[in-house]
Design a protein around this ligand. Structure first.
Ligand code: AHM
Ligand code: MG
Length: 346
């Protein structure tokens, strides 16, 4: 019988801590806090269809979107766990207008999207929790914007929990991407995929193509190219769950690109830089992929506000570069046309 040694998340964290002489254990505590909360969230997610927790509270979050009960439940579990853990100075959440101050002595700032893809809750679809961890910069009693409005490059860790057919934790601390699958019988996350890399080829494209007529020309041309050009030898598959975590996860394992571009009515797109863009960008980069807003790398964007939105192109590096080129070429053309028309009129 083939035996394989099992590595639990706890063992993995301890090993990593030992190999870093500067580690104080604070960061590991945050991962433990998040995992405790996610185990509780997972329990509620899996019984969401059974109890009266499903459905909307008929409230809207600060983005003007409908908030579901489970979102609030998930956020509470995460914030409570981080508060008790004591290492987190402040938490920013997609559902909260302001940053939540926890412990002035905490060295870290944690940003969370407590339950992403929440429109999938009612239909038993995959959803996820996304997190992003930064070191606090300022030292005083007051938290400053520079502490939570940091570039994605400064993240010390990022990851997500996917509540799918299995529950998985995928995270990076800047040394590759590892995935742990929850074994519900023992309640432990077990290392299931080490050092994940994107497959060489991009096989899948994921976009809400229903927005087609509102897309900018570069994205339209890219979509036309991959669907109709003879240069594309093997057709791409279109796959879109409408849950970033689920779409990202599948594309990471199978090779693919996720697109949530800006549209003519919403040029900055829908997704949030700090809660969705940055953590996914760090994971993508660590797995050999790339993330941009179409013009620059997501991780290099200087945030100006907590709930800032960004267009997002995320996945296989070559594919993201290709879309970059499409955007630049077609942008230049539209710029030329606008300039020419402008001159003709004047
Ligand atoms: P949410 O944070 O409110 O759940 O919204 C984010 C989600 C992403 O998970 C998903 O990729 C996208 O919104 C789907 O948006 P759309 O329905 O416009 O395609
Ligand atoms: Mg979200």
């Amino acid at each position: 019988m083939r035996t394989q040694s099992i590595i639990t998340l706890e063992q993995f964290i301890i090993e990593k801590e030992k190999s870093n002489p500067e580690a104080t254990g604070g960061f590991s505590q945050i991962i433990r806090d998040l995992m405790l909360a996610c185990r509780i969230i997972n329990r509620e997610v899996t019984k969401a269809g059974l109890v009266d927790i499903l459905g909307s509270l008929n409230a809207t979050n600060i983005q003007g979107e409908e908030v579901q009960k489970l979102d609030i439940y998930a956020e509470k579990q995460l914030i409570d766990a981080l508060r008790k853990g004591g290492e987190t100075c402040a938490v920013g959440s997609e559902e909260q207008e302001e940053i939540v101050f926890l412990n002035p002595k905490g060295k870290y700032v944690v940003l969370i999207d407590p339950l992403d893809g929440s429109s999938n809750i009612d239909v038993n679809g995959s959803i996820g929790t996304i997190f992003s961890i930064y070191k606090r910069i300022s030292k005083g009693d007051q938290l400053l914007p520079e502490d939570y409005l940091q570039k994605g490059r400064n993240q010390v860790a990022a990851g997500y929990i996917l509540y799918g057919s299995s529950t998985m934790l995928i995270f990076t601390t800047g040394h590759g991407v590892n995935a742990f699958t929850l074994d519900p019988s023992i309640g432990e996350f077990l290392l299931s995929h080490s050092n994940i890399r994107y497959p060489d080829r991009c096989n899948i494209y994921s976009i809400n193509e229903g927005n087609y007529r509102k897309l900018f020309e570069g994205v339209k041309q890219y979509l036309r190219f991959i669907k109709t050009s003879n240069e594309v030898k093997k057709p791409y598959s279109a796959r879109y769950v409408g849950s970033l975590v689920a779409d990202f996860h599948r594309n990471l394992l199978k090779g693919g690109i996720y697109l949530y571009p800006g549209t003519t009515d919403k040029p900055s797109g829908k997704l949030r830089l700090l809660y969705e863009g940055n953590p996914m960008a760090m994971l993508a980069e660590q797995a050999g992929g790339m993330a941009t807003n179409g013009y620059m790398e997501i991780l290099d964007i200087e945030p100006t506000e907590l709930h800032q939105r960004t267009p997002l192109f995320l996945g296989n590096k070559e594919e993201v570069n290709m879309i970059h080129n499409f955007l630049q070429v077609y942008d230049q053309i539209s710029q030329l046309v606008t300039n020419t028309i402008g001159k003709e009129k004047s």
